[in-house]
Design a protein around this ligand. Sequence first.
Ligand SMILES: *Cc1c(COP(=O)(O)O)cnc(C)c1O
Length: 436
Amino acid sequence: MFYYSTRNKEKKVTLAEAISIGLADDGGLFLPAYFPKIDLSGIDQNMSYANFAAAILKDYFAGDILESSLGRICHNAFNFPLPLTVVDDKTQILELYHGPTLSFKDFGAQFLSETMNELAKLDKNKKITVMVATSGDTGSAVANAFYGKSNINIVVLFPKGQISKRQEQQIATYSDNVVAIAVNGNFDNCQSIVKEAFTDKWWENIAHISSANSINLGRLLPQMTYYAYTSYHSYLKTGKSVNFIIPTGNLGNATAAYFAKSMGFPIDKIVLSTNANKIIPDFVKNGIFTPKASVATLANAMDVGNPSNFERLHTLYPNFADFVSNVSAYSVNDEQIRQTITSAYAKSKVIICPHTATAVYVRENCLDANDADKSWIVVSTAHPSKFETVIEPLLGITIPVPDRLNEILHRESLAIDSSASLNAVTEIVKQHFFRA
Ligand SMILES: *Cc1c(COP(=O)(O)O)cnc(C)c1O
């Protein structure tokens, strides 16, 4: 298998290259040369999730230097459950938030860290430095996943004072190979620093910079496995294809569902929900992709004004008629998010996070009569205890905190303050990881 850039089909790279560089040098994103068709009858129903994932991903690793590592990567990365909760006779919620940092991003981050560590080992134990900018969940998933990986140093930049206390504790209470930097600025400043570092000689030649952001193929491939697994097992039970509603920001999670569908997994409709940042719903309506500055919402992990994975989805369905026959998308505002959190708890005693609420709202209010009558799986992206400041006042309850979050809630943040410049960040990183 080889991978090509969305901006140049002739630009072919291996899987190991695609994962190490993240972004193609023409600015495009990597896509697999083709989607291998799955033979459902060839799957063993009793396989563990890790073995199932390895079987699904086998063709994507074929011929690569990582091929023989795939089983180990899946085994180390996927060791948490993904329950389906029944809400009513036509709605289930797929809980993707039982990983170590309580969001679906653990699937991608755990897999990517295992993969990068294997790559570093194969490259004579080269030390690399992964730098990531975060507005919340990515930073915690990445810090946890890379913590303790001996060949990798990890630098997480977050906007000082602009993430929740719990989010900061999930990012900034690690030590050893993880350093968290609280940047005096906003998320865009953090992201610019990362981009600039990629053009800097010290970062390239001494730190061996690499990136773990959501456009890396090493995060998309593993995200495909939960759509494959869930649709396959649901099909075994009901004999029917499944329909998904997916909360969407940067379109990573959703694009992975289209990958699984392209492989022939029993997936019928895929519907996307966004918050007030409605770039995708607008595109579906009028065929024009217009990135905008993001607006802050209650579903803050989806506050994206320029969804980078759009380029991948558009490459899969370049013809507009084809695009809209495969992609529906609806925007949900903060008031509707609040109402949905409240009504879901009142009706079914389920506690949902603000991101998940956008999808539940779409399930209840946006589908046409024919679709509304079908069975749907609503994808839940984060554990509600990560967003207690939104949910608890609405429901008048205290959300039980899972042990792995509870454990860090008393810890002090070890974040180091920095001004919003690459020089300042580089000084901190040199002091921290590169002292003679
Ligand atoms: C990152 C995130 C999303 C958005 O996922 P994308 O892949 O960017 O579309 C939704 N919900 C939560 C809780 C997240 O952390």
